[in-house]
Write a protein that binds this ligand. Structure first.
Ligand code: SIN
Length: 279
């Protein structure tokens, strides 16, 4: 099998000619790593990997982050289970966000394996924060360059968070969210793998641009939300049995569509530790 890398419209690339459950040469690993850094999210089809193989593949990239808020796999704490039962109405991740930007070293990325899919629907959208940044006007780039923002877990996972309540026993640890110290990151980061600039604010966790009022922050985050989710920067990934998505949390946002009421969907996610980010 020889490796293929096919860039996709909007965001990401599809990788073919590789079995993620089998030993991988250093050469293929390096090519996949470069595609990941350059495209922000990479997709694989027709993979039949066990939980152990999922964990082994993840460990080759970075240490695994054990999720503090999502339910874990009963035998593998490294795997967060994102599940929606047929009789549940709310899904997990059903709004644009990037995972764990509230941490001082935001997660590098996540490897999501489809375990049970609805007959139709349940796609995931990805938006490129490289493209969102590149498309800003020179004046806006200059304005954003020195800015820093506070990111907090409380709005989504804290005691007052509706999100938390509506998802019942699939999400927990609101005390941990309350005690977690908020983090500060540049509004525009230099991506630690690619060296490219990316917009690093998101509507889920960015609570304050430092030096700006709450109203100015909300207006700015809303403006960036509209800007960054233009169709030109977005790819909608249609899951099939055996599909895997591996996204970078620093250069993409994602959004799990909740358009499959009455059906079950179960995904296994492993999140990888990241590094502190700089401008
Ligand atoms: C997420 O990690 O936010 C959910 C992605 C998905 O279930 O498609």
């Amino acid at each position: 099998m020889s490796l293929t890398i096919t860039p996709l419209p909007g965001c990401g690339a599809e990788i073919g000619g590789v079995d993620l459950g089998a030993p991988m040469s250093d050469e293929d690993f390096a090519a996949i790593r470069k595609a990941y850094a350059d495209h922000g999210v990479i997709f694989f089809r027709d993979q039949e990997i066990t939980e152990e193989e999922h964990i082994a593949f993840a460990r080759r990239w970075a240490p695994i982050n054990i999720n503090r808020f999502l339910g874990a796999h009963e035998r593998y704490p490294e795997i967060a289970v994102l599940r929606k039962e047929a009789d549940q109405t709310e899904n997990i991740g059903g709004a644009w966000h990037t995972d764990q930007s509230y941490d001082h070293a935001p997660a590098m990325g996540s490897i999501l394996v489809a375990r049970e899919l609805p007959p139709e629907g349940g796609n995931t959208l990805f938006a490129s924060m490289y493209k969102a940044y590149d498309a800003l006007s020179p004046a806006m780039k200059e304005k954003l360059a020195p800015l820093k923002a506070i990111h907090s877990a409380k709005r989504i996972f804290g005691k007052a968070a509706l999100y938390n309540k509506e998802r019942g026993d699939r999400i927990g640890n609101e005390d941990v969210a309350e005690q977690l110290e908020d983090s500060v990151h540049p509004v525009v980061i230099t991506h630690p793998l690619s060296g490219k600039k990316a917009l690093f604010v998101n509507i889920a966790y960015t609570t304050q641009i430092i030096g700006w009022s709450e109203a100015e922050t909300s207006a700015f985050v809303a403006e960036m939300f509209v800007h960054a989710t233009q169709p030109e920067f977005v790819y909608e990934f249609e899951w099939r049995p055996g599909s895997i998505a591996f996204w970078d949390n620093r250069s993409t946002w994602h959004y799990a569509k909740n358009d499959y009421q009455g059906h079950r969907r179960e995904m296994h996610r492993i999140t990888l530790e990241g590094v502190p980010l700089s401008a």
